[in-house]
Design a protein around this ligand. Sequence first.
Ligand SMILES: Nc1nc2c(ncn2[C@@H]2O[C@H](COP(=O)(O)OP(=O)(O)OP(=O)(O)O)[C@@H](O)[C@H]2O)c(=O)[nH]1
Ligand SMILES: [Mg+2]
Length: 589
Amino acid sequence: MHVVATAGHVDHGKSTLVRALTGMEPDRLEEERRRGLTIELGYAWTALPSGERVAFVDVPGHERFLGTMLAGVGPVPAVMFVVAADEGWMPQSEEHLVALRTLGVRHGLLVVTRADLADPGPAAKDAGGRLTEAGLRTGPSGGAVETPAVSGRTGEGLDALCAALDRLVAALPAPDPEAPVRLWIDRAFSVRGSGTVVTGTLPAGRVEVGDELALDGERVRVRGLESLKERAESVTGVARVALNLRGRVAADRGHALVTPGAWTATGLADVRVTMAEGARGPLPGRLTAHIGSASVPCEVRPLGAEAARLRLARPLPLHLGDVLLLRDPGRGQGELRVLARATVLDVRPPELRRRGAARERARALAEASADAASLLRTHPLLRESELVAMGCPPPGRPVTADWHAGPGHWTGLLARLPEVVRRYAEAHPLEPGMPLEAARHELGLPDRRLVTALVRPPLTVADGRITTGRTAGLPAPVARAVRTLLDGLSETPFQAPEAGRLAELGLGPRELAAAVRAGALLRVADGVVLAPGADARAAAVLARLPQPFTVSQARSALGTSRRVAVPLLEHLDRRGFTERVDDVHRRSV
Ligand SMILES: Nc1nc2c(ncn2[C@@H]2O[C@H](COP(=O)(O)OP(=O)(O)OP(=O)(O)O)[C@@H](O)[C@H]2O)c(=O)[nH]1
Ligand SMILES: [Mg+2]
């Protein structure tokens, strides 16, 4: 299914066209029919010649209802822009096009209506040119917008329009069925005996009967599901859907049902501001932000030329990269009301307390993209779940557990830890090492596992403390050789040196035994030595494997050979880090 919204000046024939295409009445209100004017969003659908089904969201053209128009267009990926042959381009044509352009709608077609009243040629040329210039396309990218002419009254031209609609929907990108759900509600009502029903356009992802979704932080369960008045067990976007929610739920237009944990509900966002076509800054301090079917008053704090901080009157579920349209609700007739596009760059912006902090923040935002790498420059440590909720796929592997770190920040911490440990040892000469918790505190880290991940030879962890290596009591040449060996192990911690290498360093059986006794090396088997703590690190790597695992899976995860992997696993079994499941499999304990 596809969903297409209408757009265009008041009275240009949007609803008449939807009626002619679908045989359904988009103007459902008595007042609408009496006044011959669309006031509320209308919904109707039909099948195209190809068999593809298309649902229309019919919006009002009257300037007083711009907010409703934006709620209709907001969640919809394509537009059927209507211009009357006998009137041509009008103020709301312009305003709607500015809105579509600001929202980034790229797929659409122009329908020149009322072609029985005037030659559609001039309107097609003028309006078609404007839409193409605004970036709207009917077919594959690179083409122009198509401009079929119709008469909603005589039905002339409808066949050609349907063929053009088929080309429009064929060019729409296929949304991801696995995407997290964010269903902006456009209608909500309660049905006697069956609780609350909400409707909306599902842009991507899948909703199933029985699903648990979140609505303003409250969990709600989907009791029943309909799409275009047909019951369904599951619906995949793009689709018009009606969800029957269990129980009485306070639901309203502009609120969204979302996959729990997949979005960040925030009342504060740092954004990149792009002024709308024809608008000039600076932005007023109070505006209305539109996204999906939501319209929320917001305060705008300019940070720099193109960066601003928005304080929303109520939290919205957002991802980085989301686009908000900023509108001035105070402006009247004939004035430009759609002012800017705000692209979300941070949904958990840092406080700006220090002098100059705003300017610094603006500089950072000017270079930021809506991705995890940019985010990790501002928030140097984030959990995977936080990145997911911000809409950013984690970049590469976590530094430990589910923690991701900004590369610069992490390198800085790696460099700081030995110094921190050394200073602690100086201040506490009688203690056997620095407690992990003290190091966590000193480095300002939120999780002790991060400290453990920062420990590299010659530092080691034993009994919850970090020590500076234990080569002190060894004869100088042995200590030197052990340090060289540990250095080599810092990059490839599980590639135990070969016998030849040990001999080269002058580490025979006696020297090795002394180093192991002193705690400077970990002996895994005869002639197989690693850095102290390498076994705990190996256990952490193995715990991330699908369980149970084979020797060969362990070997490749550890980046080592069978010569080391086999005795190392046996050592881990003895230490209780792993256990055998059968002859070939082990699992982490
Ligand atoms: N002759 C003629 N009249 C039309 C045609 N299409 C619409 N009309 C008339 O134009 C008037 C407005 O039509 P609507 O379909 O209500 O216009 P609209 O764009 O939906 O208006 P709003 O929703 O209020 O913005 C009505 O009187 C229609 O009968 C057409 O193709 N030919
Ligand atoms: Mg209408």
